[in-house]
Write a protein of this length. Structure first.
Length: 98
């Protein structure tokens, strides 16, 4: 589940950049992307908690190292892509005194 949520978070983050380049408001999509990023991390920890509760140590040892790496990559990518769309928005905004 965390792979699906992480992929959706990155896709929506890319959507914010595309909307920002077209001069459209992407705040709702940015909120969705950050929310999906948070849900991704929660889903990953829930999966690990289920493995611990079942005492499935081999599954925990197999999934956790790769999952942690994917969570870090997805979270950092989401932050970077959403910040790009934020700075595009600020750049395209006209100053009040013009």
């Amino acid at each position: 589940m965390f792979l699906v949520l992480g992929t959706l978070a990155i896709v929506t983050a890319i959507g914010t950049v595309i909307l920002g380049l077209n001069g459209k408001n992407a705040e709702v999509l940015r909120f969705i992307s950050v929310s999906l990023t948070a849900l991704t991390v929660c889903a990953f920890y829930q999966l690990d908690a289920q493995y611990v509760a079942r005492e499935d140590w081999s599954a925990l040892m197999d999934v956790t190292p790769t999952g942690v790496t994917l969570c870090w990559i997805g979270t950092v990518a989401s932050i970077l892509i959403n910040s790009i769309s934020f700075f595009i928005k600020k750049k395209n905004r006209k100053c009040d005194w013009e």
